[in-house]
Design a protein around this ligand. Structure first.
Ligand SMILES: Cc1cc2nc3c(=O)[nH]c(=O)nc-3n(C[C@H](O)[C@H](O)[C@H](O)COP(=O)(O)OP(=O)(O)OC[C@H]3O[C@@H](n4cnc5c(N)ncnc54)[C@H](O)[C@@H]3O)c2cc1C
Length: 412
């Protein structure tokens, strides 16, 4: 089939690569270069352990304090509050213990095969070095402080995530730069990370081009649909592209396109920030989740990346880089000797559904449209598995994971 893949982020790139393995002809459609939107500046963590939703039981109690702190992990721009309120209500409903347990089990299914789903794509692209299997450390100021996250950590363990308790001596031995500040940790040996998330997308996408895909640098504005079948896509330069099928992988911008094929989804963007310290003089050898700081630290090819924070402000508001500067301030607190003479700041739009799960599946009312978006905080980790499952659906093969929790019609 001739399949148009809308979006050249990690989900679009991996979907295309998996579809090409079945012999389909792919046309990417995206006004941007590959890997330049949310997939550009994330923390690069590839964490099969990251199966917990963002909304956790009792979290709402901490929200007022966070909102009052301009440097806190969550901010909501007042102008966006009316628009985001219904989404927030659904988000809170999804944070009960029962819901969190259900979501975590579903997400564990999606995230566990991360490395096996990337492997064939990276092998073909000659890019295996972009993915590192170095594990991840969740670190805390004390064993007592870690208790706050015990319920979630126990839930992870019950789903098969290996998490080893690490005392302060072992922590200092594993990562000397963490010495002093952190006195307890959980080590997740099965996690890994991307050395450069954008380069990872570009490597997979570049191989797709070499395998015959083309890229139209336009935005899709509409679809011609007749008899429950997408016949063609309309692009913003006025041109029309005939297709046999379409994959909607447009990240945080997917809601309008999904609606067109019958899926009404409450997609919101949780804007996140990073600061990358180019001249990092730290010797970290793996990703570190500074849990009490809500900040992920990843030593990458281009420097040390500190990433996190959630800002609810919609797709159009300009970035507020003070949020990224706050990450740098925390970074200096954690690593007083960090050389911050050369830094870059970034904001990206995480595509988020209120239950922290993506939408993966065939469109409810159109037989040749497939949806893959809404991966929130774990799109790098879930991207390759999503691509593999979309190829399975297109081919009519049985899915290799349980896709029912990710149904596109689950919000109707
Ligand atoms: C600060 C931060 C840290 C993060 N850390 C991690 C992490 O450690 N691990 C992890 O797994 N995930 C992480 N994430 C999440 C991850 O980055 C995202 O889930 C993932 O990049 C989403 O990929 P995507 O392909 O769906 O979307 P994107 O990468 O945003 O790509 C979507 C593409 O669709 C295109 N598009 C939009 N509309 C149209 C249209 N109408 N026509 C054509 N093209 C269109 C856009 O131009 C864009 O290129 C983080 C995110 C942030 C912000």
């Amino acid at each position: 089939m001739h399949i148009a893949v809308i979006g050249t982020g990690i989900v679009g790139a991996c979907s295309a690569a998996w579809l090409q393995r079945d012999g389909h002809q792919v046309t990417f459609i995206d006004p941007r270069e590959a890997g330049e939107a949310c997939s550009f500046g994330n923390a690069g963590s590839l964490s099969p352990s990251a199966c917990l939703p963002v909304g956790m039981p009792g979290m709402w109690k901490r929200v007022p304090k966070w909102l009052l702190d301009p440097e806190g992990p969550l901010t909501i721009r007042p102008a966006h509050l009316p628009a985001v309120l219904p989404w927030l209500i659904r988000f809170l409903r999804a944070s009960s213990r029962e819901e969190v347990a259900r979501i975590a089990a579903a997400m564990r299914g999606l995230l566990k095969p991360v490395f096996e789903a990337y492997e064939p794509l990276l092998q073909r692209a000659g890019a295996t070095s972009l993915v590192r299997h170095t594990g991840c450390l969740y670190v805390y100021s004390s064993r007592g402080a870690a208790n706050q996250w015990k319920w979630g950590m126990d839930l992870r363990r019950s789903l098969g995530v290996e998490l080893r308790d690490i005392d302060s001596d072992e922590l200092a031995e594993m990562e000397p730069d963490l010495k002093g500040r952190f006195r307890f940790g959980h080590y997740a040996p099965d996690n890994g990370s991307a050395a450069d998330p954008s380069a990872l997308v570009k490597a997979i996408y570049g191989q797709s081009l070499r395998d015959g895909a083309t890229h139209l640098k336009q935005a899709v504005t509409d679809m011609d649909i007749a008899g429950g079948v997408v016949k063609a896509l309309r692009l913003d330069d006025g041109s029309i592209l005939d297709v046999d099928g379409v994959v909607i992988a447009a990240g945080a911008w997917s809601a309008g396109l999904a609606h067109r094929v019958g899926a009404r989804v409450p997609l919101e963007t949780q804007r996140g920030y990073h600061v990358t310290v180019a001249s990092s003089n730290l010797q970290l050898s793996r990703t570190v989740m500074a849990t009490e700081y809500n900040m992920m630290v990843n030593p990458m090819a281009m420097g040390l990346r500190l990433a996190g924070t959630v800002e609810l402000a919609g797709l159009k508001a300009p970035p507020r880089y003070a949020r990224a500067e706050a990450l740098l301030k925390k970074g200096k607190e954690l690593f007083p000797h960090l050389d911050t003479s050369k830094t870059s700041l970034w904001m990206g739009h995480r595509p988020c559904l209120p239950d922290s799960m993506p939408v993966i599946g065939r469109a409810p009312r159109v037989e040749n449209a497939w949806l893959g978006f809404g991966h929130g905080h774990v799109g790098m980790c879930g991207g390759a598995t999503t691509g593999r499952e979309i190829a399975n659906l297109v081919a009519g093969r049985a899915p290799e994971i349980d896709l029912s929790p990710f149904r596109p019609d689950r919000f109707s």
